[in-house]
Structure formats: structure tokens, C-alpha cells
Design a binder for this molecule. Structure first.
Ligand SMILES: [Zn+2]
Length: 301
């Protein structure tokens, strides 16, 4: 089979695709098993087999949450998005099973690699994914930058004063993720409204129906994200910030609000930095991890 298999492994879904010359030619989605660890790896393998009909594959790329050793394909650290995921030897397991090269990387890095493939002239970019958690892939001097311990781009823990009771995935309060992620918005809503925690889509619905608390927590999340990213843009002398992820996709106007706060901040210091949403959404993660399989030249060692 020509082309490579790309897998975007999330907390709730496994999105697998055959990517040929940068284009997705076939895809399928399956649920991520809640049991975590081994069951998730088995489900990824099953999705690949189903997608390819058992034909030999030229290469496999897996993008997932967590800090991933991109050389060995082992997950070093992981939040609560997938149970028992830290330590998962994703690369070695799939390479033994499918007998082909396997690349495993953080999903935000794959997102950044996809943007680089779409626009190779990009020099310094932060590719942000605001979903259940918050992370980013960094492109510096035209190449993906992972950091010496593969942890670069961990925006989640940048300080931001949150509401009482809302926690970052690391367990600490007053981190960006506790206000601007899907989990942070859900926790902030529960704390501010004095209710049980409800899912993000319910908060979106309540906001559309005029719930002022729902509107306020969405606004707070967007303000936190836009303001913190403006600081990052100054720190790294960025050309561009690209927004993606589940919150950006699911909450109408969230990206626009974040952009407004970002632009207010950078304009105040006379800086010009482009900011916008990823045009191809989640597909950028798939084409990005596929690009990392077929071409490792655009990565720092
Ligand atoms: Zn944190």
C-alpha cells in the first residue's frame, strides 16, 4: 500500500487515515477504550489493520497527548487524558506488529508539523491546541522544536489567576489550563454557578440561551488564552500564532475573542504578529504526523 498511516489518538477517539502526498485518501474513527494503556494500543493496531485491510504499510505515525520521546516512540509523561498512558511503548509495539518505521510524537508537535507542511515559509510559529488540556507545538527558525526532554511548548502551566476550585491537569490552581481549556471552562462554570460540573457542549448551549455565567467563563477562558499567548509571542519573537483544538472548534466565537485580547496586547507594544485559526482543523494533526514519517528533515535533532 502506498502512503503512510497517520493516527490522531485522543482521549475519546482514534482518528486514523491513509495519507498520500500530503492528502488524506481514506479515514476512519473509532472510540478510544476507557481502560487505557494496553487496550488503547490494541485498539490503535486494530484501527490500522481495518483501515489498510491488512496490507503492508510503508510507515505509521501516531500523534497523542503527553510528553513523547520522539526517538524511541515511548510516552514519557501523560496527564489524565488516557489512563495508564505514561510508559506506553507505542513505537516499539507498532513497529514489531506492522514491521515498518513508526514515528510517535505529541499531537501539538504534529499540528505544528502539519502547518509547516502547508506553509513551508513559516519561521517562528506557536501552534496552540486548546482542547481538554492546552498545549502547543513550536516552530523556531523554520523547524519544529521539541526541547532536549521533548517538553517544549507546554503552555498549560503558565500562570493565570483562575477561579477557586479550578485546577490544571497537573493539579495546581492558577495555571492557564485551569481557565482556558475545556476542562478549565467546565470547572470554572461549576465553581461560578455553584452547580455540578457539566460538559463543555452544555455550557455552549446555556451560553447561547443567555446564561450570563456561561458567557463569563467562556470570555475568561478566551481572555486568558489571548493574553498569555501575546506574552509568548513577545518572548519568542513570533511571526504567527495558530489556534486549534476542541475548544476552538466547539465554542462559537472563542477563537475570535482570544484573537481580540491577543491583538490588544501586542498592539500596545507596537508588535505585529499574525494570529488565526487552523484552516483544516484536526486534519492538520494527521497530515503533520504523516509528514514527520516521510520527512524528518524539518525537525531539530
Ligand atoms: Zn499546571
Amino acid at each position: 500500500m502506498t502512503g503512510v498511516v497517520a493516527v490522531d489518538l485522543g482521549a475519546t477517539k482514534i482518528h486514523a487515515a491513509v495519507v498520500r502526498d500530503g492528502a488524506i485518501v481514506r479515514r476512519l474513527r473509532r472510540a478510544t477504550p476507557a481502560d487505557g494503556g494496553r487496550a488503547v494500543l490494541d485498539a490503535v493496531a486494530a484501527a490500522i489493520t481495518e483501515l489498510t485491510g491488512g496490507a503492508a504499510v510503508a510507515g505509521i505515525g501516531v500523534a497523542c497527548a503527553g510528553i513523547v520521546d520522539a526517538r524511541s516512540g515511548t510516552v514519557l509523561r501523560s496527564g489524565a487524558t488516557i489512563r495508564d498512558w505514561a510508559g506506553a511503548e507505542v513505537g516499539a509495539t507498532l513497529a514489531a506488529r506492522f514491521r515498518c518505521p513508526v514515528v510517535v510524537d505529541n499531537d501539538c508537535n504534529a499540528f505544528a508539523a502539519g502547518l509547516l507542511r502547508d506553509g513551508p515559509g513559516r519561521s517562528s510559529v506557536v501552534a496552540v491546541m486548546a482542547g481538554t488540556g492546552i498545549g502547543a507545538g513550536l516552530v523556531l527558525d523554520g523547524a519544529l522544536y521539541r526541547g532536549p526532554r521533548y517538553g517544549a511548548g507546554e503552555l498549560a502551566h503558565l500562570p493565570w489567576p483562575g477561579v477557586d476550585g479550578a485546577r490544571c491537569g497537573c493539579g495546581r490552581p492558577d495555571h492557564l489550563e485551569a481557565t482556558a481549556s475545556g476542562s478549565g471552562i467546565e470547572q470554572s462554570y461549576a465553581a461560578a454557578a455553584g452547580t455540578e460540573r457539566v460538559r463543555l457542549h452544555a455550557i455552549v448551549e446555556r451560553r447561547a440561551n443567555g446564561d450570563p455565567v456561561a458567557a463569563a467563563v467562556v470570555e475568561s477562558g478566551a481572555r486568558a488564552l489571548g493574553t498569555v499567548l501575546a506574552g509568548v509571542a513577545g518572548t519568542l519573537d513570533l511571526d504567527e500564532v495558530v489556534l486549534g483544538g476542541g475548544v476552538v472548534a466547539a465554542v462559537p466565537g472563542f477563537a475570535d475573542l482570544a484573537v481580540q485580547h491577543f491583538e490588544t496586547e501586542v498592539a500596545a507594544r507596537g508588535q505585529r504578529v499574525a494570529i488565526g485559526r487552523a484552516t483544516r482543523g484536526d486534519d492538520t494533526v494527521l497530515t503533520g504526523i504523516a509528514a514527520l514519517v516521510t520527512d524528518r528533515k524539518d525537525t531539530h535533532p
